[in-house]
Design a protein around this ligand. Sequence first.
Ligand code: BTN
Length: 306
Amino acid sequence: MKGHILKLLRAENDVVSGETLSSHLGISRVSIWKHIKKLRDVGYDIQATPKGYRLINDPDILYPWEFGDRELKIHYFDEVTSTMDVAGNLARNDSPHFTVVIAGRQSKGRGRLKRNWLSSEGGLYFTIILRPQIPPVFISRVNFAASMILARILHNMFHIDARVKWPNDILVNERKVAGLLSEMEAETDLVTFINIGMGVNVNNDPTLREPMAVSLKKIMGRNISRKQLLSEFLDEFENRLNNDTLDNVISEWKSYSVTIGRQVKIVTTHDEYKGIAMDVDNTGALILKLEDGSIKKIIYGDCFHT
Ligand code: BTN
């Protein structure tokens, strides 16, 4: 109901009477007032006058009712330890495909390879629970689809040269705008769930702790709507997963890659390799030509462009 009330107030951009709202939405004026009060309590600037209600200002907070039909599958928290923790619990308790957990801040945001992910106010932090019908060997295609789609959206929305670094970082001018972490549970040949967590530097400033990171706000010189960015991403990503086998996603990802053809250093928990990134194969592994000319297939690791 809150989403519908906001839609009417936004469309009018003027005072809307309680009577109009109540007849459009089929609820009493008292119920309208209760919803308005709740919206005001959580940060919407809604003026109440004798003639009705007027929306003065929208906060860029990612409440479930901001996402239309998705509302029932969105869980929003002002702060959590990590959206991966919450989504993991929900997934193990049978939450459906494409449930989304969003947080305003994370006190223990996680990055790849056990790193911390700085998660201060203004950034976009979310995890999507997926139950795809994909054999485990090809499951990384889901990650490649997510990072490629986010890069494409950044291109289209902001006309910036967003690129992907293997495996799933998103860079603009070599500086990191977004990262992706996935956690999966599977039985022998069936993925039970894969949770895709994404952190996007939107209106936060990540540079104090991560000099090689950058925010969209810094790039664009203005505040960016997280609501709009996340809505676009969820729509495109879900559409792709529901209507496509993902057989071609790696080749599309490659068209955004800044890694292929580059001299790189790969650091894994035990080893370090230097060479030229030749290709990414159809399972998402990086094909590296080492300095002695031999070829090495890398399944995971940290990639540094050198
Ligand atoms: C990386 O580049 O190392 C991956 C960063 C992933 C961060 C996101 S923020 C939302 C979700 N919750 C977490 O704790 N991590 C992911």
